[in-house]
Design a protein around this ligand. Structure first.
Ligand code: IPE
Length: 256
């Protein structure tokens, strides 16, 4: 199985509150179906999550009861996005069901606590694809926390041991500098543990909080549960499909 995260930057327009990119999502779902590969999809929240989360500082947990309506709003909006994504998956013949991470798990100090996976395994057992996403989730110590799609990916990787983990965003992969600002930025095609210390921790990449170093550390950790983690650009038509079919594409491959 291949575990795929469709980042918020490819399924939404991140600059506009609740702007779904139906055309691109539909194309990516068609590419996934056309590859003929067994997959599991996670998606980001994009502008259905980040805009309100930022406005009410939801990443800090419960500080002020004025945040509560925003918690409900984000959960409402991310569910709306998730239904739009599962609709596109169903159109291409993939029986997908949206599963909010907070319906199965809680968090503790910003980390997902996973005790029971029976509901998730039950769905996959009958051939239904559970689709998790970035959301706000109840947190034992902080009241609530933001659960990113990446954190959901980590849990699913541990539980389902995918062969490959793919992060689909709007950049070709990891770069030596921000490719949107620096014309000399070079794509890093292969990353492994030995390179970690030479990577500038200040560099950041679209769709990622915590900078490149944090992202690589997370991915190296996930590699323990699969063969490799890959970052690729989903805005280029056909790239995801080619990768899934085993062809050589522009991307960053992370291996332990
Ligand atoms: C963010 O999830 C969740 C919320 C802001 C509620 P992600 O971090 O996975 O979303 P994207 O991919 O950056 O949009």
């Amino acid at each position: 199985m291949i575990l795929i995260k469709l980042g918020g930057s490819v399924i939404t327009d991140k600059s506009q509150y609740k702007k779904f990119n139906r055309e691109q999502t539909s194309r990516l779902c068609q590419e996934i179906a056309a590859s003929g590969k067994g997959t599991m999809i996670v998606h980001g929240a994009g502008s259905f999550g980040h805009v309100v989360a930022k406005q009410y500082a939801l990443q800090s947990g419960l500080q002020d009861f004025r945040q509560i309506p925003a918690v409900a709003r984000v959960q409402h909006d991310t569910r709306e996005l998730s239904l739009l994504v599962t609709e596109e998956l169903m159109k291409v013949g993939i029986p997908a069901v949206s599963v909010p991470p907070g319906s199965c798990f809680v968090m503790d100090n910003g980390r997902l606590v996973v005790k029971d996976d029976e509901a998730l395994k039950g769905l996959t057992h009958i051939g239904v694809m559970p689709v998790m996403f970035g959301d706000v989730v109840a947190d034992r110590s902080k009241g609530f926390s933001i659960c990113s799609g990446d954190q959901a990916m980590e849990v699913l990787a541990r539980k389902f041991r995918p062969k490959t983990i793919v992060f689909v965003s709007d950049v070709d992969g990891l770069f030596t500098a921000d490719p949107k600002k620096d014309p000399d930025a070079k794509l890093i095609e292969h990353v492994d543990k030995s390179m970690l210390n030479s990577i500038d921790s200040e560099l950041s990449v679209a769709d990622v909080t915590g900078g490149i170093r944090g992202k690589i550390e997370e991915m190296l950790q996930m590699c323990g549960d699969s063969g490799e983690c890959v970052l690729l650009n989903g805005t280029v038509p056909g790239r995801l499909e080619s990768f899934l079919k085993g062809e050589d594409v522009v991307c960053t491959r992370v291996k332990v």
